[in-house]
Design a binder for this molecule. Structure first.
Ligand SMILES: Nc1ncnc2c1ncn2[C@@H]1O[C@H](COP(=O)(O)OP(=O)(O)OP(=O)(O)O)[C@@H](O)[C@H]1O
Ligand SMILES: [Mg+2]
Length: 304
């Protein structure tokens, strides 16, 4: 049996050529995209997907051209939230065309391809050892999606990332210097502590690009579930009891978004937010969207 040390060079796989070829297809495919924005968090369940979709909606309402890539391949939520669960992938003019929400946001989500009753499996040559290949396969798939779909001319391509401080860094490495990061937390100390770790992980190596240019940009964070919107009393009430010494996140806060059960219902049913315009959650999302836009436009463009 051959061990790793017995393999000479690339073992005849031409792996470096394959990676370079995929990279060049991705660069071509994203040539018309102005901003890549990844929404992440070390912590799960804090509202990354919800904010990605509804910030995209608020930006779309300003006339921007937006697409979302749901990078959570194993537990995709964007297809349901965006109402594209039964979408078809059809040939476009050059590549595969993306399904769109009613308000015109292009969405790629594994949830449009695989029903919720089924799991996506990353096959492994060795049974019971799927972890060996998982990250490699996951990122190869992400690359194929970026290279094969018709992203076209976009103001923003948003990535809804899976949770995990370490995984967020892997996405940052994969997406390279063009990608900016928006982190999501909730007002619990547990979540803030984990997100503080994500900030530390992403900040490491963030500024060692060629000629002192940034490798990645941390735009800031959003505090989601910042209070609970009670419809009966039309007031925002505390949801978490704030600590005397909250963990400090050393990046700008782009805004706070309250918990609104109506928003959760909209997400579950795949309804757009337009019918919640003049509510605290609608206004909060609109404010964060504007802050995000200002932050993107005010930061110098990183190298292509
Ligand atoms: N501000 C909010 N108001 C009401 N419901 C919310 C809010 N933010 C998130 N939710 C709900 O909380 C749940 C978790 O949100 P979401 O799936 O967006 O989190 P996530 O961070 O993407 O999770 P994961 O880490 O699994 O990807 C969803 O049911 C969503 O509808
Ligand atoms: Mg999610």
């Amino acid at each position: 049996m051959k061990g790793y040390h017995d393999i000479v060079g690339d073992g005849g796989s031409r792996i470096l050529d394959q990676v370079a070829e995929q990279r060049s297809r991705i660069t071509d495919g994203l040539a018309g995209v102005r901003h890549l924005v990844a929404v992440g968090s070390g912590k799960g369940g804090v509202g990354k997907s919800t904010l990605t979709l509804h910030l995209a909606g608020a930006l779309r309402a300003r006339g921007l051209r937006i697409a979302i890539l749901d990078a959570e391949f194993n537990g995709p939520s964007l297809a349901r939230m965006a109402g594209v669960q039964v979408a078809l992938f059809v040939p476009g003019s050059h590549k595969v065309s993306l399904p769109r929400t009613k308000n015109g946001i292009a969405v790629f989500s594994m949830g449009s391809v695989i029903p919720e009753s089924e799991a996506l499996e990353f096959e492994s040559a060795a049974q019971g050892e799927s972890h060996t290949w998982r990250a490699t396969r996951e990122f190869a798939l992400l690359g194929e999606i970026l290279a094969s779909f018709e992203w076209g001319a976009l103001d923003l391509l948003m990535f809804d990332l899976p949770p995990g401080a370490e995984r967020t860094v892997q996405y940052a490495d994969f997406l390279g210097p063009r990608a900016s990061f928006l982190l999501v937390t909730i007002p619990s100390e547990v979540a803030r502590g984990v997100v503080a770790r994500s900030v530390a992980a992403l900040s490491k190596g963030a500024f060692d690009g060629a000629q002192g240019r940034p490798n990645r940009r941390l735009l800031g964070y959003v505090e989601n579930m910042s209070g609970y919107y009670c419809r009966d009393c039309d007031a925002i009430k505390p949801l978490f009891i704030s600590s005397d010494e909250p963990a400090v996140l050393r990046i700008p806060c782009l805004g706070t978004v309250p918990f609104d059960p109506e928003l959760a219902r909209h997400c579950d049913r795949g309804f757009p937010l337009e019918d919640l315009p003049n509510t605290p959650v609608g206004r909060a999302l609109d404010h964060v969207a504007q802050q995000l836009l200002d932050s993107l436009e005010s930061t110098t463009e990183p190298p292509l």
